[in-house]
Design a protein around this ligand. Sequence first.
Ligand code: HAM
Length: 436
Amino acid sequence: MAQRVQGTEDLFGSYMRAWQRMQDVAREVFGTYGFDMIETPAIEQVATFVHGIGESTDVVRKEMFRVFSGALVESLLAKGSESGLKAKQRLALRPEGTAGVVRAAVQNNLVPQGSAPAKLWYAGPMFRGERPQKGRLRQFHQVGVEWLGAPDPAADAECIVMLMQFFERLGFPSQSLRLSINSMGDGACRPAYREKVRAFILDHADQMCADCLERAELNPLRAFDCKNDHCHAVMAGAPLAPNNLCEDCAEHYEQVKRYLDEAGVCYEEDPTLVRGLDYYTRTVFEVEVVGSGVGAIGGGGRYDGLMELEGGKPTPGLGFAVGFERIVLALESQGVLLGEDSQECVYVACTPDVRSSVFGTVLALRNAGIRTEADYQGRSLKSQFKQADKLGATICVVLGTDEVERGAATLRNMRTHEQVEVSLSDLAKRVAEQLA
Ligand code: HAM
């Protein structure tokens, strides 16, 4: 039997309905904040991710799935190196949505000079070559938003408020959500802060793991995320970002917190929250569900330098993304199911001699917008009823020889088993009345 790739999932039935429901809630909630949907390709030039996410991040260095056509693989094997490849031949599956959306905003001039900010949301599969485990997949699904052209701290606070509303609309009890925030500074204060952290790690080199020593060279702030308990304990004494902000960043962060307080949003300040993508400046945030054991269900922040890194004019930006698969697991930990098991439907059953009448009856009900099922396998009337039960039908329309001759049908309420005869000419109307 053919197998699906490890760390990927098939979406069908109630799981698929949950993914659709999540997008419906996103459309409703983000729509009230003025966001429109965008869809960018799942495949982009490697450069788009290297510029945006950062060359030294794990996502770019270790987790990005590179894409080569068969012909290109043959020529690479013959040459033994990819050094001669042009940028347009270096392709990757997107590990996240932000870099591609920002690339699209630059390429399509979505934030022209003097215009209002672009407010975009998206939903789709992302790909990271991580070691698969619970809540960590190689193909997973994100819903995300990007807000381009808004430097005001009110935008950071609105983004966070919108994210929390989205989670509550999905069914998370508000006390189950833990929101952490931090400020990582900007081009003015972060370089000096990064050097301080690098110096701290090197001062404690004998107590840190080999990965952290490598991080000290490439990306010292990532040492805050080291899973090694010992490194974690050492990093507890490292210089913290909020104590190393320039005046503008400190004021921006204070204003974000004042707005969050005004909105009544509960948050925890986590001065070690650094996030795994290099494009962030100033506000960063993450949401976890207490006790769910699946890690962050969403995260994001401000990225005021990203438009420029992708070749555009300097334009501030911010956004977040949430992970569908982790949200489903986290909701389950709270006893909430996102996709209903089955959907209400009507079943048209018949005796064998009037089978040909089913076709038109089903058509009439569906034309009236009623979800309708019937038998296409020549089952007996008894097993048609069983099938109707399995499908969760609330009403059975029964066509028998006598009824059809009289231009009538029997409506059978599947819960109460009450039956009434109705005329076929106003069947759809009568079924709709009963469903209501
Ligand atoms: P991220 O934190 O890398 O941020 O991913 C966002 C969410 O995607 C995570 O909180 C998690 O729920 C989910 N996720 C990430 N990796 C996996 C995985 N391997 N398996 C399952 N779920 C996963 C971003 O991607 C940024 N682009 C967010 C953003 C948008 N920042 C600004 N705008």
